[in-house]
Design a protein around this ligand. Structure first.
Ligand SMILES: NC(=O)c1ccc[n+]([C@@H]2O[C@H](COP(=O)([O-])OP(=O)(O)OC[C@H]3O[C@@H](n4cnc5c(N)ncnc54)[C@H](O)[C@@H]3O)[C@@H](O)[C@H]2O)c1
Length: 318
């Protein structure tokens, strides 16, 4: 049985990933590492937990040794919009912090490290429609550059340093358990809270900005399936496109309005996030992930909207 350390467990994805890993591998085999007391109650109340700042390699090593860790998920990151404002902090966390994790893993016999890249790893020269898995990557954001670095350094440690490093390029992730922090696709989560509570939402992206998105259960499935995939079948390592759904703010608003008829969408464009979104793909070709580890998304936009509204209404007592 694996002994898994989930770093960044208090974030949007970690909060959903930890319960699934606990169910699959056992409560005592999943150690949740939060940052600055950010772990939610459902993690604090079940299974071992700790706090790690990935800028501190010693802290990572102490926890690997204390819990006999053989597998790490790194979800700690400074996301796109905040990274543009705080680029040196993003450098410390997304670059140096990642190296700390890989080096701590190498010196302490960690066998597998799971990383998360993003559609931000592409850029203006990348084909926008059905972006191929292996293509030109020229991001012009510090976040995007850090994701290309994540893919390349992950592949390097996998090829040259004896660690089994794997990872996916996630589209914008939509979920109800934990609110997102500072991403460019956050509108697609905020809109549900506002639709339920205020029947009106002011979107920071243009109504026709089409972006690839994924519902959290599919994102978690992708991470767990790639973790468990047969190593000999994988030609790629940290750079798998996965595709699920693509839509514009206008299309998402329409789907919500079909279920909440008095919902109204307004637009006030944020130039920073709009420019980031404009440099990202519209949709992704994920045939390589399908071939190498049988990736397949389950949710389309309407199924996602139904499930989000159902769960958020329960969460918000509405
Ligand atoms: N959410 C998305 O839409 C999305 C899309 C593509 C890729 N990703 C990637 O998925 C991963 C997880 O993202 P998320 O959505 O859960 O983000 P998040 O911002 O919700 O979580 C990131 C976590 O990292 C923690 N953190 C920040 N600085 C840290 C430090 N120095 N040491 C340790 N932890 C620190 C934060 O407290 C936070 O809990 C990231 O690599 C992100 O780039 C997310």
């Amino acid at each position: 049985m694996k002994k898994i350390l989930v770093i960044g467990a208090g974030g949007q994805i970690g909060s959903d990933l930890v319960p699934v890993l606990q169910k699959t591998f056992g409560f005592n085999n999943v150690i949740s590492a939060g940052y600055q007391n950010d772990l939610p109650d459902h993690i604090l109340n079940k299974g071992p937990y700790t706090y790690i700042d990935i800028r501190n390699k010693k802290q990572i090593e102490e926890n690997i040794q204390k819990y006999n860790i053989d597998t790490i998920f790194n979800l700690a990151s400074i996301l796109s919009a905040l990274a543009e404002k705080e680029y040196l902090l993003s450098y410390e966390v997304n670059f140096t912090g990642l190296i700390n994790i890989l080096e701590a893993s190498k010196s302490n016999n960690v066998k597998q490290v799971m990383l998360v890249s993003s559609i931000a790893a592409f850029g203006s020269y990348t084909p926008k429609e059905m972006t191929p898995n292996d293509t030109i990557q020229n991001p012009n954001t510090i976040y995007g550059i850090s994701k290309v670095f994540t893919e390349l350094i992950g592949n390097y440690y996998s090829d040259k340093k004896g660690i089994d490093v794997r990872g996916i390029r996630l589209p914008g992730v939509i979920s109800w358990k934990r609110e997102p922090t500072a991403g460019t696709t956050d509108y697609a989560v905020d809109i549900f809270y506002k639709a339920i509570l205020e029947k009106e939402y002011t979107c920071f992206l243009d109504k026709n900005t089409k972006l690839p998105m994924i519902y959290m259960p599919d994102a978690i499935n992708a991470l767990v399936n790639l973790l468990n995939a047969e190593k000999s079948q994988l030609k790629h390592k940290v750079d798998f496109n996965i595709n699920s759904m693509s839509f514009t703010p206008k299309e998402l608003a329409k789907s919500i309005k079909e279920r909440i008829p008095d919902f109204k969408m307004l637009y006030k464009i944020d130039p920073l996030r709009q420019s980031i979104a404009d440099s990202w793909p519209n949709s992704l070709d994920d045939n390589i992930a399908k071939e190498e580890w049988n990736w397949k998304a389950k949710y389309n936009i309407n199924q996602m909207v139904d499930d989000m509204l159902y769960n958020l209404k329960l969460k918000l007592n509405k």
